[in-house]
Design a protein around this ligand. Structure first.
Ligand code: SF4
Length: 458
């Protein structure tokens, strides 16, 4: 355990994130001057490796982070690829500077000097900022996107931190849930009076809905929101065991333009460890069905750093992906979320190795290059394996608009469904207001009128 001594509350989140990035597996314990006495009362059973005194008297957060970075780098002999950048989108800074007309060379120097970002990561973020900039240029400013949340999954994946409800226990709730969502969507359609630029149906696994429920929802969305200039309509069909020919036909005939079929890994042993409950063959079969149904824009998600996976397992997965040739590939570094089964029941996973993802991310980039997929969006989360990043790659013209629109807070996202969050953006890049729906499915159905009322006045 590392004890972190802070004088006050300022910069606590930044300090925690930075220390955890250098010591990903070590428990942190923060003590502030005012809580020192209370500390005596707490039963801290773990031995303290060392105490870190952080001088929060510095007003310049970046200077404080640079000092802390250098201290931790000396202690560990490590350097972080993204330097002191924690809690901020890596493209945010280059994006802002590109908009101000600053040259790429100057942006790279700024990222290196002010945030200690490694050269290759700085170049990646600048290249992606340019790609995002170009894509956003195609979306009118006075637009919005529609998001619909379907919080059902067949089983729970070990790394998942989303709220999702098991299909088996909620089978009877699917039609009432979809009816409540449709009520909210009808209100949105009436109120907005104009169609969205993009539609995204996510979850959970939207295709885990029963056929009847899926058909009802998709046909209504098409009736209310489809138009000829819709830039994109994505439906996450994440789990290959959630789709069949009929469900794919429902999506395709309604106008869905992009789906996700997410292997995460193509190693059966790992699929079993992470509780996916389906086979590698199911992934190939689902992918073939989607191609045969006419989908040309298919995204495949992969996770680097899954339990017991090293570079050879990842290379195997990547060679399978090369055979599939998806138009979109999204590569995540495993993030340890506090409410994921892997964290809650960590003892059940302690025999599995969790390897650094740096080499794995590099191998993914090679595969993306071979497939002619270019990086177009990038984000980082807390507690990411190897302090790496998540990158979306796409064939030219197949980039996922919604991903960028929400990441860059470019326009408002009006959302429906349990746990869905509406984000109001008046000026691109500035989130003005968040309106949250209740997360529980039963609650959502019962309180649908209240969910609608919450949207009044936006
Ligand atoms: S399919 Fe996605 S949402 Fe469902 S449990 Fe797995 S990670 Fe979570």
């Amino acid at each position: 355990m590392i004890k972190i001594h802070l004088k006050d509350d300022r910069f606590e989140a930044d300090v925690r994130a930075m220390v955890q990035a250098f010591y990903p597996k070590t428990l942190l314990y923060v003590v502030k001057d005012k809580t020192c006495l209370e500390e005596q009362k707490l039963k801290v059973t773990e031995p303290v490796d060392f105490t870190l005194d952080v001088d929060t008297a510095l007003d310049d957060k970046n200077e404080l982070k640079r000092n802390l970075y250098r201290d931790l780098s000396l202690r560990t002999g490590k350097k972080l690829p993204w330097g002191t950048l924690t809690g901020i989108r890596p493209t945010k800074i280059p994006m802002k500077l590109i908009n101000e007309g600053i040259s790429d060379d100057e942006i790279l120097r700024h990222l290196s000097e002010k945030y200690l970002v490694r050269r290759d990561k700085a170049e990646l973020s600048v290249n992606i900022a340019h790609a995002e900039h170009e894509i956003l240029g195609q979306v009118g400013k006075d637009t919005y996107s529609l998001y619909i949340h379907i919080p059902f999954c067949r089983t729970r994946c070990a790394y998942c931190s989303f709220t999702s409800f098991p299909v088996k226990a909620y089978e009877d709730m699917m039609i009432p849930y979809v009816e409540a969502v449709i009520k909210e969507l009808t209100y949105i359609a009436d109120k907005k009076g104009r169609k969205p630029a993009t539609i995204y149906i996510g979850g959970g696994t939207p295709t885990a809905l029963s056929k009847d429920a899926l058909r009802k929802l998709i046909n209504k969305v098409a009736e209310l929101f489809y138009h000829d200039n819709l830039l994109e309509w994505t439906v996450e069909a994440g789990r290959p065991d959630s789709i069949d020919e009929e469900k794919l036909h429902i999506l395709k005939s309604a106008g869905v333009s992009r789906i996700s079929i997410n292997p995460q890994t193509m190693n059966q042993a790992t699929l079993d460890i992470i509780g996916r409950n389906h086979s590698v063959d199911d992934i190939y079969h689902a992918y073939d069905m989607a191609v045969n149904a006419g989908f040309t824009n298919i995204n495949t998600d992969l996770i680097m750093g899954l339990p017991n996976e090293g570079i050879s397992e990842v290379k195997h997965t990547l060679s399978c992906i090369e055979r599939l040739e998806p138009a979109n590939l999204t590569v995540h570094s495993l993030a340890r979320k506090h409410n994921a089964d892997m964290t809650i029941n960590d003892r059940a996973y302690e025999d599995y190795a969790l390897n650094d993802t740096e080499e794995m991310m590099a191998a993914s980039m090679e595969t993306a290059k071979k497939l002619n997929l270019k990086p177009y969006y990038l984000y980082r989360q807390r507690a990411m394996s190897g302090n790496q990043e998540n990158i979306g790659f796409a064939k030219s013209g197949y980039e996922g608009y919604y991903n960028i629109l929400i990441m860059e807070e470019y326009h408002s996202i009006i959302s429906a469904g349990a746990g869905a969050i509406t984000k109001i953006v008046d000026v691109p890049g500035h989130l003005n207001k968040r309106i949250e729906n209740v997360k529980d499915v039963n609650d959502y159905i019962k309180r649908i009128d209240e969910m609608i009322e919450r949207k009044e006045g936006i």
